[in-house]
Ligand binder design. Structure first.
Ligand SMILES: [Zn+2]
Length: 112
């Protein structure tokens, strides 16, 4: 296999490729090009990811929406769009985990 970006053929197996589907982030296995850093998800992992996305009801749904952050006395607030709230059946008292991914992405996971 040759890298389509730089045509080199040296890869390293990795398990930390971050993929996004409609604003949801998946960490999957695959290969990374040693020369240019381009990442490739294996066919199997890709299928698995799509299956999970389908189970979550996010596959092919336009759930990536623009929202502005707002300020309160206690800090910055992210408002969850109503569509996502309904889709995920959020009650508003769930516990969440927020992780920083890269420079400008946040991953929000519902814990409870
Ligand atoms: Zn490459």
């Amino acid at each position: 296999m040759k890298c389509p970006s730089c045509e080199d053929d040296k890869f390293v197996e990795v398990d930390d490729i971050v993929s996004e589907i409609e604003g949801h982030f998946f960490v999957v296995k695959g290969r990374r090009c040693l020369s240019c850093g381009e990442e490739f998800i294996s066919e199997k992992e890709g299928q698995k990811m799509i299956q999970i996305a389908r189970n979550l009801g996010i596959w092919g749904e336009p759930l990536k929406l623009h929202r502005k952050l707002s300020q309160s006395a206690r800090g910055t607030i992210i408002r969850v769009p109503t569509d996502i709230e309904k889709n995920m059946k959020l009650k508003g008292d769930e516990e969440i985990l927020i992780s920083k991914i890269g420079k400008n992405k946040l991953l929000v996971e519902i814990v409870t």
